[in-house]
Design a binder for this molecule. Structure first.
Ligand SMILES: Cc1cc2nc3c(=O)[nH]c(=O)nc-3n(C[C@H](O)[C@H](O)[C@H](O)COP(=O)(O)OP(=O)(O)OC[C@H]3O[C@@H](n4cnc5c(N)ncnc54)[C@H](O)[C@@H]3O)c2cc1C
Ligand code: SF4
Length: 411
């Protein structure tokens, strides 16, 4: 291995007040994990990581480390922070293959209560693992062919190998969890059907899959697409030689880098603000891949020949305003709009008693209880487009609430 994990682990100062832990949204006990690993107990270190974060092996690859754990490491103030994500990945990856034995699925005492999990993304996978280990009978309903959510149908292979999601599928099946692919709840089967069929509680982790639009002329043209649709299956798109990407978040970087790998010769990302929303490391990777950037512009129209932008700058009050008369066509064969997503309404439109926010997100209390008894929710469908580690962290809390709720039910 070119990067020596052990040497890197030895750089940890084992701080009394570890800032890295504060920077991690799921409070991974970083110095303790590192000490345990260096003491020669990689299994215990792996177990600590998995018990705290069942998706540790995935988070270690795709978390925004620069802003989270590693960005808070005190060593980073004067030199390079400890690259904990690489250490975490090594430990969690090694431990993952031993999980079947360690979790000992055959010995889990069954509770005899059925739970429906709608959505097989990070939130649904977390809930399913945690509740199956408590003895509940879990079925995951997934609208797509395969589980994984954004991990499978958003984040490209070069950032997150899909084979990792297959390993999760194997783990879920070994825990006795049933998976119903190609089953969108709220279409043929509704939430009420689940209660009719003996499910005692239902979890909704359906994420945000409705692309936000710009409401400008040209969005319906044949050479215009939305980021999340493109990333689902880039092979089926014929973008031509050049692409304009509107928006500068992580999805935009994924689109730009994917398009270059699928034959586009020139890809340009356009951002209204000079400060781009994507993780710094993702922007850097995109630049090294050859993506070009134009900042301080707003799209006004999309045409068959490219995208028309107008300059945007801050006025004396710090408010962004358009600079009239600066409209300019940036030629491109295709344009992809990457300005985040909102939730679809298949479930809320077919289920009574579920309150939603003005953005269409499910309303829950801090324990993940929706406004209808027995229905719980977490992840992006509650928080809006956020991160994997936040979806897992929230789902951990909700799994505990669901367990308490299910235990309180008299048969
Ligand atoms: C392109 C892109 C790149 C990203 N990159 C990163 C990153 O690098 N790091 C990071 O931490 N986060 C990243 N994110 C955000 C992160 O992926 C999400 O925050 C996370 O996946 C949310 O998990 P979730 O389980 O709530 O939702 P999702 O991952 O969206 O999963 C929801 C699942 O529910 C299914 N579903 C939807 N409706 C139904 C229905 N009616 N019935 C049955 N199933 C249904 C969907 O098919 C999907 O499988 C990225 C997001 C995008 C779009
Ligand atoms: S879960 Fe993410 S933020 Fe936390 S330690 Fe792991 S890589 Fe860092």
């Amino acid at each position: 291995m070119s990067f020596n994990i052990i040497t890197e682990a030895r750089r940890c100062l084992n701080c009394k007040k570890p800032m890295c832990v504060e920077g991690c949204p799921i409070s991974t006990q970083i110095p303790t994990v590192i000490r345990t690993f260096l003491d020669g107990d990689i299994d215990k270190a792996g177990s600590m990581l998995f018990e705290n974060n069942p998706l540790s092996v995935i988070c270690s690859l795709i978390c925004n480390h620069d802003n989270q754990c590693e960005g808070h490491c005190v060593l980073g103030k004067k030199s390079t922070p400890v690259h904990f994500s690489s250490i975490e990945n090594y430990i969690s990856d090694t431990y993952f293959d031993k999980l079947d034995d360690r979790l000992d699925p055959g010995n889990i005492e069954k509770k005899g209560k059925r739970v429906g999990v709608i959505g097989g993304g990070p939130a649904g996978i977390t809930i399913a693992i945690l509740l199956a280990r408590k003895g509940y009978d879990i079925t995951i309903f997934e609208s797509r062919e395969k589980i994984g959510g954004v991990l499978r149908y958003g984040i490209p292979e070069f950032r997150l190998p899909k084979q990792l999601i297959e390993r999760y599928k194997k783990l879920l099946l070994s825990l006795g969890i049933r998976i119903r692919p190609n089953t969108a709840i709220g279409v043929t089967i509704t939430v009420d059907d689940l209660f009719r069929d003996g499910y005692r509680a239902v979890f909704i982790g359906t994420g945000v899959w409705r692309p936000n639009t710009l409401h400008i002329k040209g969005e319906s043209l044949g050479n215009v697409h939305f980021a999340i649709n493109y990333l689902t299956n880039p092979e089926v798109y014929s973008l031509g030689d050049s692409l304009n990407v509107i928006g500068a978040g992580n999805s935009a970087m994924d689109v730009a880098r994917t398009a270059l790998r699928h034959g586009c010769k020139k890809v340009t990302v356009f951002s209204r603000s000079e400060h781009m929303a994507a993780a710094l490391s993702e922007i850097e990777y995109a630049k090294y891949d050859g993506v070009e950037f134009v900042t301080g512009v707003e799209p006004v129209e999309i045409t068959e020949d490219g995208t028309i932008f107008i300059k945007s700058e801050k006025n004396s009050e710090g408010k962004r305003v358009r600079v009239e008369g600066t409209e300019k066509l940036y030629p491109a064969a295709s344009t992809i709009i990457a300005v985040s997503q909102g939730p679809k309404n298949r479930i809320v439109s077919t289920t009574t008693g579920l309150d939603i926010s003005d953005k269409g997100l499910l309303v829950t209390n801090t324990y993940g209880e929706t406004t209808r008894d027995g229905i719980f929710a977490a992840g992006d469908v509650v928080l809006g487009a956020r991160t994997v580690v936040e979806a897992v962290n929230y789902s951990k809390q909700v799994a505990q609430t669901m367990d308490e709720y299910l235990q309180s039910l008299t048969d």
